[in-house]
Design a protein. Structure first.
Length: 132
């Protein structure tokens, strides 16, 4: 996690000029590789970043990664995170439960728990959008 530019490079919102979805894979270390998807929803750019292989420590690992970049989240209590998520983010999936939200001068960043009850699939990922 020494390279703070790894995640920040995705958050250059002014460089977006396509409505096509784009994906990338970045290796962080032997056990962790990021998979990112970039897309636009109603004119708003969105970035989702996850680990390619879920593990028992996925939530903790993603939290520590964001903590090292941005320190304490702005919102961390369950009720506070839920209330702010709908206000700060445009692309909201009914299967998402935000766990934490960070905010910078240019970006809103959330650590998301996603659960599909039909398939009993759960995963964690980072989602970012520009500040409204």
């Amino acid at each position: 996690l020494e390279n703070k530019r790894l995640f920040n490079v995705w958050l250059r919102w002014n460089n977006w000029n396509s409505s096509n979805s784009i994906g990338y894979v970045n290796f962080v270390d032997e056990k962790h590789e990021f998979v990112s998807t970039h897309y636009i929803v109603n004119g708003i750019p969105v970035v989702k970043v996850s680990l390619s292989k879920s593990a028992d420590d996925t939530l903790e690992w993603l939290y520590e990664y964001l903590y090292k970049l941005y320190m304490e989240p702005l919102y961390s209590s369950e009720s506070e995170v839920q209330a702010q998520y709908g206000k700060l983010f445009t692309d909201i999936d009914k299967s998402e439960t935000p766990q934490y939200i960070w905010r910078t001068d240019r970006s809103c960043i959330a650590l998301i728990h996603w659960y599909d009850s039909d398939e009993d699939i759960t995963k964690y990922y980072i989602k970012a959008e520009p500040v409204k």
